[in-house]
Structures are given as C-alpha cells and as structure tokens.
Ligand binder design. Structure first.
Ligand code: AMP
Ligand code: MN
Ligand code: MN
Length: 353
C-alpha cells in the first residue's frame, strides 16, 4: 500500500466504503454464477486487496498480477500483498515489483481477494478479517471460508479462473497479462505434465501465446535460471533418497540449507525427482525449518490422493500435489508421514494408476 493509501485509510480504517453493500453475500456464499457475482462486487467497489498463499508459486504470483491488471482495466485500485518475497524466477513477470511484501494490512478496501487460499491464515497476511472476502481457488481441499466463494477443482490454475473473469468482464488480455496467465498454467501443471491438464489447457495456452505470451522465453526464465544454491541443495537431498516399493522420500536439514546457501525457493520441485522414479507412486520431501518444524511436500502420480493425506495432517492441496507443516524433529516427521503413506498405499490396493 502506498503512502497516499495509508493516509487516506487512517481514521476510517477497515470500514466498508459507503454505497458498497456486500450484504447479499453472507459468509459461505457460493452463487450459481460465481464469476458474474465477483465481477458485480468488483464493479461496485473501488479499492481492492489481492493476496495469495504464503511462499508464493507461479500460480500465486501470476494470478495476483493478472487480477491486478484486470482491476486496473476496470478503473479500480489494486493493492497486491504477499507475506513472502516473490521468488527470483518469477520476478521477470510484468508488474512483479508491485507486489508488496507485507505481514499486516490495514486501510480502506472494498474487498480482499484471496487467490489459492483455503483460509485467511493461508495467506499469512494479518489484518484481513474485517474486509469483505472473495475466495478464488482450484485446490481439491478448497473451502468456502469467504463471503463470496468460487472454487473450480477442474481448473489447472487459479490463473485460468482469472482469465475467465477477464473474458466475462469484456476486458482485454494484454501481452503482459497473457505472460502472467500462461505462467500460472505452465508452472501449476509442472510444464504441462500433471494436475488437471487436458485438451482445453492447450487451447487456452495457444490463446495466451497468441495474445503475447512467448512460451520459450517464459520457460527459459523459469526452468533455465536455476540458482547454483538450488543444485547444491538438490545434491544434499538426493543423498538422502529412500525407497520402499511405491513410496520414496528425501529430506534436507536446516544445516544442509545453510551449507548450500539455499533459500526456501530452492526447495521447489525437489520432490519431483523422487516421484519421477519408475515404480514410485508417491513421494515426500521434508525440509527442516530454522525453528525446527518440518515443511512437507507430497507428490503422487495419481494412485494415492495426497491432498487427503495432507488434510489429515492439517494441510491441503491437490490430489497430485499437497503440503503441510509438521512438528519436528525430522526422524519423527519422517516416521509420521511414512506411517500415513503406507496405510494409504495399502488402502489404494495395487491395481490403480
Ligand atoms: P508444495 O509442496 O508446497 O509445492 O505444495 C503443493 C500444493 O499443496 C500446492 O498447490 C499448495 O498450494 C498446496 N499446499 C501446500 N501446503 C498447504 C497447506 N498447508 N494448506 C493447504 N494447501 C497447501
Ligand atoms: Mn499455489
Ligand atoms: Mn494453483
């Protein structure tokens, strides 16, 4: 939020703007045409907060930026806020420098738009409670926590849903917006190989390429800009690789992180090496956080629903990709997740995907 916004906000903090009547949507509302209902709220308001989840990924960053661009085209003010810095590989996205790194918000906003979150807490941005909440999500574990909720579990990315909003608003998919939206699809499908990828994904991607997203240039930014620290960390992680039939796991300690001079964004994707092993159905990557808790990433080729497993442990995600933070120490967290994975594996039987 800029200084002007700060000043304007003081004194009337966190009240709804006059003339804006969100009463039509009590908490939990799921209107029949959620895109139309969301647009209606956007048209009525003037100033919006846009947030996504902590440790933002390509979908979080790209969909926030595209949502900001849509709001600007509609003549609105958009304040993009994230509790963590934008990872280096996404800083090439147009407008990425407009995402404010803030742990708390306050001020006069007509609504807070939460992208890819199953709760206000998932954003790790504090101070969101008093606002009107709009929830746009595609996680299988999504929840109707907001006033206005739109969850499409078939969407490859929330960016895809933002694109639908752009179309419904009659707004233009600018080349900048196309780059952001294409990135959300590219990254959430791991390069068009998992998640909800299907024929229409390619049609939309072609449309975005036509609108100005250069697939080669974007892929180069994301997949050929690896920090050296990431590769050193990967080496440490691979040296811990364990395998038990269809399950594989690997981990890094905080000391490994320090030794590799790695940041948390260097951990993204390490779990994919383990799930990529022939005959492995599900994999876990565990990272020891500085304070001793353990960040767990789960991936599945499809036979096991890792979202269900993550929910059971207090997290969430998609059937193929999910996560949660567990209590330490590492040995205990490994035993805990293995116990749950073994049970899930047994339940799934040995026929499926
Ligand atoms: P990650 O392993 O961190 O890349 O997360 C995989 C997927 O699970 C992503 O779609 C995340 O948004 C989701 N996810 C991770 N952690 C959580 C959590 N604590 N609650 C809900 N969803 C999560
Ligand atoms: Mn995400
Ligand atoms: Mn996503």
């Amino acid at each position: 939020m800029d200084d002007a916004a700060h000043k304007q906000a003081s004194g009337t903090e966190q009240e709804a703007r006059e003339g804006f009547s969100p009463a039509a949507y009590p908490v939990g509302s799921t209107p029949q045409d959620p895109a139309a209902a969301i647009l209606d709220v956007l048209r009525q308001g003037e100033r919006f907060l846009v947030c996504s989840h902590t440790r933002p990924d390509g979908d979080a960053v790209g969909s926030m930026l595209a949502m900001g661009m849509l709001l600007e085209q509609m003549g609105k003010r958009a304040y993009l806020v994230a509790s963590d810095r934008v990872p280096a590989i996404y800083r090439f996205l147009p407008g990425a420098d407009k995402i404010r790194h803030l742990l708390r918000v306050h001020g006069l906003f007509d609504a807070a738009i939460l992208l890819e979150c199953d709760s206000l807490e998932r954003s790790r941005v504090r101070g969101l409670e008093p606002y009107f909440h709009i929830n746009i999500d595609h996680h299988s574990t999504g929840r109707n926590f907001a006033h206005l909720n739109w969850i499409d579990r078939d969407a490859t990315s929330v960016g895809e849903m933002v694109h639908r909003l752009v179309k419904a608003a009659g707004a233009t998919v600018t080349p900048e917006m196309a780059r952001c939206l294409y990135t959300t699809i590219l990254t959430d499908t791991g390069g068009f190989i998992f998640g909800a990828v299907r024929e229409s994904t390619f049609a939309l991607s072609a449309e975005l390429a036509h609108a100005g997203a250069d697939p080669i240039a974007i892929a180069r930014e994301i997949y050929f800009s690896t920090a050296e620290s990431r590769l050193r960390l990967l080496g440490a992680a691979l040296s811990t690789l364990h395998r038990e039939g269809p399950l594989a796991w690997l981990w890094v300690t905080h000391e490994d992180m320090v030794r590799a001079a790695a940041s948390e964004e260097d951990c993204e994707g390490i779990v994919n090496y383990a799930v990529g092993i022939a005959g492995v159905d599900a994999a876990a990557f565990l990272r020891e956080l500085p304070e001793g808790r353990i960040r767990l990433s789960l991936r599945s080729k499809g036979r096991l629903d890792v979202a269900a497993i993550a929910v059971g442990l207090g997290g969430g995600g998609h059937e193929n990709a999910a996560g949660v933070t567990l209590d330490g120490p590492m040995d205990r967290a490994i035993e805990q997740i293995l116990g749950v994975l073994r049970i899930a594996d047994e339940k799934a039987g040995h026929s499926g995907a």
